[in-house]
Design a protein around this ligand. Structure first.
Ligand code: FAD
Length: 404
């Protein structure tokens, strides 16, 4: 039986282990933290993610805990003008084969963790991978406590600051975007009735934007306000005062400000990504998820891409002899690098050009977006949200595998 070792038990690592276990392999996850858990609030999932979750056998579990979203709304955050809205029911679901939803990060992680347990994945917490060595047809993960875990394949799913990537790619630290995000979750009961909706709403302003959506079965409202403030240091989850947050968004129109003012227990992140690279594979070692292609959250696709990676790897390595593994890892890299690079660069562009447009760019942006028909809006996201857009590229690989 081929043994697959996964470094990192986040959304990507658990999904990858689950895909391998379902394909008949032995899968072991080494998580650096003392336990398997996920912090943070809401995460948006497009139909491509639901398609992947279906292949992983956990779609229903995630759907049970999800808030299905009816509309993506884009408003001018200064004037309050409603610029464009993409309906996510009817024609959207039919075309893309699935819903658009928001789930609590912990719920998504738990569904994958339960799936892993049921599929017999070995889950080992408290083992921080520091690097790897390859000898012949084996790979050994070395941990910071000097333990060694050997297997046929090592998948590096250890996130933005991946130790596996540091050895494999060696491209230093991530790129600090200079954008700071302030996040808060408030009870929906505190939100005035007229400000509630089943939408992801984005208010765009010069150098900033503010997004909100319901989570927890509509019991809470997730608030996320981002400012291009040139921040130069990475921050993850530090506390921020209410007055600081309100002071960062002085131009916000009345309706959006009423919501921002409801926020409390604000937390800050300074966002990071990396420039796309071509190669994530070294012999029997491959990267996935944020370890391979960390991206800004503006396309809401980082976790969706990690789920896609897991499924494509499951399809390629599934039930094949360990001797072929390096070849299928190269195939995985080839299949995934274009789509994930495009998504990474699109996320940057969305932030800089669409969400944070300023001055003369604003009326141009608003006119372009307002001019898109409902079908035109769906066309614009088809390559990304289309539920089979990644398995379409997977089929030739599978055909190749069958022919081998
Ligand atoms: C503010 C924000 C909002 C976002 N919103 C969305 C969204 O709406 N939709 C979406 O699809 N994506 C979103 N994302 C992106 C998404 O969160 C990530 O792309 C996703 O979590 C990546 O999963 P991962 O498993 O690859 O990495 P991670 O989630 O970083 O998991 C890595 C795991 O590896 C462990 N680890 C780290 N180092 C080691 C080591 N050396 N050895 C062993 N274990 C290790 C960590 O403890 C962790 O458990 C957002 C991101 C941010 C910052």
């Amino acid at each position: 039986m081929t043994h697959i070792l996964v470094a990192g038990g986040g959304i990507g690592g658990l999904a990858a282990a689950l895909a391998q276990a379902r394909a008949g392999h032995r899968a072991t996850v080494l998580e650096g933290r003392p336990e398997f858990s996920e912090i943070g609030a809401g995460i948006q999932l497009a139909p491509n993610a639901f398609h992947a979750l279906g292949i992983l056998g956990v779609r229903e579990r995630v759907a049970e805990r999800a808030d299905f979203i009816d509309e993506l709304r884009f408003l001018d955050g200064t004037s309050g003008q409603r610029v464009a809205a993409m309906e996510l029911t009817g024609a959207y679901r039919t075309r893309f084969g699935g819903p658009y939803a928001v789930v609590h990060r912990g719920d998504l992680h738990r569904a994958l963790l339960d799936g892993c347990r049921e599929a017999g994945v070995e889950l080992l917490a408290g083992h921080r991978v520091a690097g790897y060595r390859q000898t012949g047809d084996r790979v050994t993960a070395l941990t910071s406590a000097r333990e060694r875990f050997s297997a046929d394949v090592l998948l590096g799913a250890d996130g933005l600051r991946s130790a596996v990537r540091a050895q494999l790619v060696g491209d230093g630290g991530p790129r600090i975007s200079g954008h700071t995000i302030y996040r808060s979750v408030i009870p929906m009961a505190e939100v005035p009735e007229e400000l509630r909706s089943k939408a992801v709403t984005l208010w765009a302003g010069p150098g900033w934007h503010f997004v909100h959506y319901p989570i927890g079965g509509g019991a809470f409202l997730n608030l996320a306000a981002t400012r291009d403030d040139g921040a130069r240091e990475e921050i993850t989850g530090a506390a921020a005062s209410r007055s600081r947050v309100l002071g960062e968004f002085p131009g916000l129109c009345e309706e959006a400000r009423r919501l921002l003012e409801l926020g409390r227990d604000w937390r800050i992140w300074v966002l990071c990504d990396r420039d796309p690279v071509d190669g994530w594979v070294d012999g029997r070692v491959a990267l996935l998820g944020d370890a391979a292609h960390p991206m800004l959250q503006y396309a809401a696709q980082g976790a969706c891409m990690a789920l896609e990676d897991a499924v494509v790897l499951g399809g390629l390595l599934g039930a094949r002899a360990s001797v072929d593994a390096p070849r299928w890892l190269v195939e995985y890299n080839t299949l995934r690098r274009g789509r994930t690079a495009r998504t990474t660069l699109t996320a940057r562009e969305l932030g800089d050009q669409l969400y944070h447009a300023a001055g003369d760019e604003v009326p141009v942006r608003n006119a372009i977006l307002a001019g898109l028909s409902p079908a035109g809006l769906r066309d614009a996201v088809a390559w990304l949200h289309g539920s089979t857009s990644f398995t379409e590229t997977r089929e030739p690989a599978l055909a190749l595998a069958e022919a081998a």
